[in-house]
Structures are given as C-alpha cells and as structure tokens.
Design a protein around this ligand. Structure first.
Ligand SMILES: C[S@@+](CC[C@H](N)C(=O)[O-])C[C@H]1O[C@@H](n2cnc3c(N)ncnc32)[C@H](O)[C@@H]1O
Length: 268
C-alpha cells in the first residue's frame, strides 16, 4: 500500500520532465531523433531492444498471413530496425517516418543493404500516402502493399489513429494486409513508467529521454483497433496478445517486456 502511494509521488517529477516537450508531435519526433546517439541494447532508444526476439514471434503471423510477393511499407519506421529485418522476407521494404532525422538515421544504418528504401512522410495525410505510392511505383510495384506498424498507433491521438488507418486502406489494395503490433499496457502513466524501472530516486536514461521530448503514449488494444479500423472498412484476419520488448532498463542485458496487442487486417 505504502509503495503504491509512493509511486504517485512520481507524478510531479513526470509533469516537470515533460513540460518542455514540443507541442507539435512531428516537431517532437524530429527533435527526438536528431538527439539520438547509439541505437540497440546499449543505446538511447527506449523501444529498441537490440534483439530480434520480438520480431521472431511476429514472423509466424507475417509469413502465414501476408502475401510474400508484395512489398512492405514499414509505417513509422524510426531507425529502420524492423525494416531491415523484414527485407529478408519480402521483395522490397519502404520505411516511412514523419521525422526526416529518423529517416536519415535509418538510411545510414541500412547502408549497403538491398531491397530497402526510406522516405520522410506523414502517414496520416493523403499527401503522405501519395508519396509512398510513388516510391512503390518507382521500386517497380504498384497498386497493393503489405503494411507493418509497430509502436506507432499507441503514440497517436484518436483522430490521428483513424486518419492513419484511412490512409492505409488505399495502400493495401485487395491483396495487401496490415500487421500491427502495439503497446497495450493496462495502467496509468505512473504505473507504466514504474513498470519500466522509474522510481522516485531515478529514471532510466532512455525512458527519461522519451518522457522529456515525446508525446505521452497511450494504449492500443482491441477497443482502440475497433475504433480506428471500423468493421465497415476492415476485416480482422487474426488478432491477440503479444509482448513488446524495450531496451534493457532494469538489468544490463534483459529487455523489459510490455503487454501488447497485434492484429492482421484486410481492407473490405
Ligand atoms: C515508438 S517509435 C517506433 C519506431 C519503429 N516502428 C520501431 O518499432 O522501432 C514511433 C515512430 O512513429 C513515427 N511517427 C509518428 N507519427 C507519425 C506519422 N504521422 N507518420 C509517420 N510516422 C510517424 C515517429 O517518428 C517514430 O519514429
């Protein structure tokens, strides 16, 4: 009981830390990526575990449910860690991120790799989707694509979630499918940061960096998916729980685990 109460003393600390974060999410993301040093298990990025363990759990669904002859759009690709892994399983991957700094980082970390390209675009607006369609056409594909989204919808506000889903509807066509994997933590922000190792005394560096600069994340589970991807427009092929892994925070080499939700969706 006492420790639960103590956790709530973290609140003023969180409010203070996040008070200078840019109000415009696109600006916040770009400034965040511009300030990142290393990636991976010893790096600065909270959601980058440095291991392919999480992806291995997705591959069973990806290889069974997604047409392997279609390219993949990695929507909100960040440093491209998942784009690079997906390129081994699909003919081409286009990593797209609203942050030009993220895209520059992803391209630098992918140098010399084939079947990969990156571009900066806002995936919640038609201009973003048009740019992605042009990039797919330039790579020799048109009309249909698979979409991979990990850890993006839960950082968007409800209208932006719905706007992103609406843009994806045009991109997938008849044969493409959406695979999404998102944080679905059932608790308030204090419980969330405590789960990731924050205490009154200290906050792990990568977590503090995210709190200082980024929009406050929410959760994205069945209810949020239903709202963003309405039944009138989407069929759920498969969905269920997954585990999202972060950079190790409370030990030297064991990623933290966050309850998550995945879904495979097809446009109606
Ligand atoms: C939590 S990170 C996840 C990055 C990557 N998917 C991964 O799992 O490593 C969320 C990413 O979504 C990007 N993002 C946020 N809003 C976006 C938008 N409207 N269009 C495209 N990317 C966006 C951010 O810049 C950031 O790189």
């Amino acid at each position: 009981m006492l420790s639960a109460l103590k956790k709530y003393l973290l609140l003023p600390k969180l409010v203070k830390l996040s008070s200078n974060a840019p109000k415009d999410p696109s600006v916040a993301w770009d400034e965040y990526w511009g300030g990142i040093g290393a990636t991976g298990a010893r790096g600065d990025v909270l959601w980058d575990s440095g291991s392919d363990h999480e992806l291995q759990a997705y591959l069973e669904h990806l290889t069974r449910q997604l047409d392997p002859s279609l390219p993949v759009v990695d929507a909100g690709c960040g440093s491209g860690v998942f784009s690079r892994a997906l390129a081994a399983h699909f003919p081409h991957v286009v990593g797209v991120d609203v942050s030009a700094n993220a895209v520059a980082r992803a391209a630098a970390e992918s140098e010399g790799l084939e079947r990969l390209s990156y571009m900066a675009a806002d995936m919640t607006v038609p201009a973003g989707t048009r740019a992605v369609t042009e990039a797919l056409t330039a790579a020799g594909y048109s009309g249909e694509a698979n979409i991979f989204i990990r850890g993006v919808l839960h950082v968007l506000k409800k209208p932006a979630q719905a706007a992103l889903a609406a843009q994806l509807h045009a991109l997938v066509g008849k044969r493409g499918r959406v695979f999404l994997a998102e944080t679905d933590f059932r608790g308030n922000p204090i419980q969330y940061v405590s789960h990731l190792g924050a205490t009154l005394q200290s906050i792990p560096g990568p977590l503090e960096k995210a709190i200082r600069g980024l929009p406050m994340p929410g959760r994205f589970g069945t209810e949020q998916r239903r709202r963003a991807f309405p039944e009138a427009n989407w069929d759920v092929v498969e969905d269920g729980p997954v585990t999202i892994e972060t950079r190790p925070l409370t030990s030297a080499d064991r990623p933290e685990q966050i309850p998550g939700y995945f879904a495979v969706l097809q446009a109606r």
